[in-house]
Structure formats: structure tokens, C-alpha cells
Design a protein around this ligand. Sequence first.
Ligand code: HEM
Length: 497
Amino acid sequence: ASLPPEVFHWIPFVGSSIAYGNDPLDFFFKCREKYGDVFTFTLLGRRVTVALGAKGNNFVLGGKSTAFSAKEAYTHLTTPVFGKDVVFDVPNEIFMEQKKFVKVGLSTDNFRAYASMFEQEVDDFMRSDQAFTIWQMNDINEWGRFDVTDIMAQITILTASRTLQGKEVRSGLDKSFSTLYNDLDGGFTPLNFMFPNLPLESYRRRDEAHKKMSEYYTDIIRKRRESGHSDEPDMISSLMDQKYRDGRPLRDHEIAHIMIALLMAGQHSSAASGSWTLLHLAHNVEVQEALYQEQVNHFGNPDGSFRPMTYDGFRKLPVLDSIIRETLRMHPPIHSIMRYVRSDVPIPATLAAPSQDSIYVVPKGYYVLASAAVSQVDPRIWANPMKWDPTRWSDPEGVAAQAFKTYSGENGEKVDYGFGAISKGTESPYQPFGAGRHRCIGEQFAYLQLGVVISNIIRKVEVRLEDGITEIPAHNYHSMITMPKKPRNICYRRRRF
Ligand code: HEM
């Protein structure tokens, strides 16, 4: 057995940190040219073995938790932000129980209540926000302009807090809660991932914000318990009702910390996805009109107004669905998923091997890394991978489905992934929500939230890129979640209805 090939670098410790940090996709594609699907690079002293492609995704995300640990890869980043006794601060089995608690709260009944709440929040926001004053415009032909990520971030936190987080958090947003959120968020960056403890103001503010936010939630829980009002269709209510396998109910601070984790998990990923979606719609007017027509066909009244959005109504909108799916293909919010290696792990020869009768081993103490962002735009798998083309999803016999059927492996062999593999298995090139035991549980919530938000905006306004801008912005990889680089403006005009 031997070690996977190492990416060449001049400076020890620093290694390939700069190349990876600035543009991980470009770095990975270049390394693949030289070294194949599996290689090791140095990230500020850490050895990180990258496994690319569907088989690489499977190797990392389908690995045993005794061998690959998410906890040891992430706890120094997440625990100061989320808090004690949840997620990566507890043994994996406990976290898995906590994930099940959250799943119970993400119920169809709750989703039924959420659709109209999302719609209402977007309506109110578009009516009132200073940056997005469509209703203040007198002339219907007047064009306005906004920074898409600023606006999507506000809409995301408003909609998530009104629903999942509950009414107390929603009303706190207008006051103290948003400052706390911003301070906490300032402690959830690649810098915090690389350096758990630095004597910096942002670290101090993070710790203080965590304490206050934790108290904010435990206060809500206590008040609800005292008043007997704990039957809201939100996550706090749901968590207050549940018990660990040994019969113990969740303690207040555990509920508080799970709520913080959900806030952080959902906020940037949904805000980023919504931003990229609107940018593509602004760029591609034909698809935008198809989306608008789909809304008219499903919800339109003869007088030009729309019927309210419902959860069930949103389950069968193929244009909307393929738009989100395609956006997440090209812009998955999370470009790298890492695990800490707890014991030497052999790499399957079908993924990569030094020769026919030898194998590679990833040693204990390394990290492994999967990147769906690479496999989702791999020209070996996808036709025109850099073209945003939602129609590739809309037809089971279409480009995407066919691509899976005819995907050629390294040696030209045919590999049949089938459609089911796209969402279920760990061996798939399409994994914006991850796979395996750490897979996202917020997918349905995010689809509903994004779906209602985007369609509600498109019902009310037409969007375009700014004059003279012919491409959507490039990726900014300097935050935990991949955001569009500035400028990232959207121009909009009221529709005639
Ligand atoms: C895990 C993506 C929205 C909660 C994940 C993972 C990915 C992901 C890739 C796997 C991480 C890993 O394996 O280390 C996304 C995307 C979203 C989204 C693209 C939106 C477009 C949400 C929302 C919530 C949420 C709205 C909460 C309501 C979680 C949780 C996990 C997770 C609890 C499990 C982490 C683990 O088990 O280690 N998400 N997510 N996500 N996500 Fe999401």
C-alpha cells in the first residue's frame, strides 16, 4: 500500500492553501489533470486527501463514522457558535438522535402552515423595505435596483424566523436579535475553521453573541412553558415535546443550541441559492417567463391576480423545481465536505490505485474531502456543464438523465447511475445536499422556502441584469458558503397587473 499522490508545493505548512482558498474548483480540476481523482494537498499544516467524482463522493460520504469523523473535522468551528451538548459537541450517536428530533419538526403539517407565512413575509418585505421599494414607484415603467444577496439574506432570515424559528424570534429580528445574529455569524468563517482561537475582536464578539443568543432562546422556552403555550407550528415547540431514547427530554439549552445550529445551517445556504437563482432568471428572460407562466397557469385568476400559495400547490411545479435543481448544480452552497480520518483507510481500487496489484491508503490523522461542486460540473458527466439549462432536468429522457445513463468512467466503461441515485445514494455526481449519515435534513424546507420566495418575487416584478452586464457574477469562495462576487445587482420593474 502507498500514500495517494501529493500536490507539489514550495512552502511547507502553507502548501496549497492560497490556490485552494481562492478557487477550489479551479484548483481541483487542475490537480485532477496531473494526479487523477485522488490526491493529497496541504492546507495550513493539515493533510487533506481529495476524492473526486461520484466514486469519490461515495468514498467520503459513505464511509464509516468510526473511520471518518465529521465531529473532529468541525467541532472547533461549530461548538463556539452553536454551543455545548449539540451537533459536533456530542458523540455522533447523540447528534443522530438530535437530527431525528429536527426531522419530526420538519413535518408536512408544519410545511402546510409555512407556505402562506413565507408568502406573507415576502409581500410585507416588498411593500416596506427601503432597498426594494416597488410599491412606492409611481411609474410602472420605472426600473429599480438592488444587491441580490443583501436582499435575499434579509428575506431568508425573515421567512425562516417566521416559520421554523417561531414568532418570538421573528419579532426579535426588528430589534436585538439581528445584531446578535450578525456577531455570531462573524464567527462562522473560514478563518474560524482554520484557526479555532485567535485573540481577535470578532472571536470575542462571537462568544458574547453566543451566550446572549442562547439566553434569548432559553427565555422563550421558559416563557412558553410557564404560559402553557407550546403548540406553535415551529421547531421550538416540536423539540420541547421530544425525548432521547433513554427517556430524557431535551434540556432547555440543548433546544436553544439546536435552534442556533438550524439558524446558521439554513441562512447562508438558502440566501446564496436564492441569489444565484434570481441572477440566472435575470440573465435568462425566457426561463423567467416560463416560470411566470407556470405561476399563472397554476395559481392565476382571470382578473390577473393570484391565488395564495399552498404547500400542496408547490409540489407539482416542474419549471420552478428544475430551476432550483439546476441552480444548485452549478452553485452548490457548500463546495467542500471534510472528515477527519481516525484510522488508516484503504482507497477502493475502483476509485484510484497506484497499480493493478497495489492500493492507496489514507493514513490516520489526515482529512478526506469530497466536492460535489466538482462532480456537478464535470464535463465527463454533463453536457455543456457550464450552461445553466433547467430543461436538462424536466424530461426523464433528457440531457441530465441521459448523461447519467451514458456516463463514461476513466477507461470509457459505461456506468449506469440511474435517476434514483441522484437523490438517494452516496455514489452520485449530484449532491448539493450531501449524502450519507450527515446528509441535509433541510432540503424540503429549503425547496419550499426558495420556491415560494422566488415565485412570489417573479409574480410581482420582471428582473434583468444591469445594462452592459452579460454574465452573472463569478463565485466568491472566501466565505463558508459560496456567494456571488460583487457587483451582483438585479434590476427590476413591476409587472402590469
Ligand atoms: C447538512 C446543504 C439548507 C440543516 C448539509 C450538508 C449539505 C447541506 C451539503 C452535508 C454536510 C456534511 O456532510 O458535512 C444545504 C443546502 C441548503 C441547506 C444546499 C439550502 C439550499 C438547510 C436548512 C437546514 C439545514 C434550511 C435547516 C432547517 C442541515 C443539517 C445538516 C445539514 C441539520 C446535518 C449536518 C450533519 O449531519 O453533519 N446541508 N443545506 N440545511 N443541513 Fe443543510
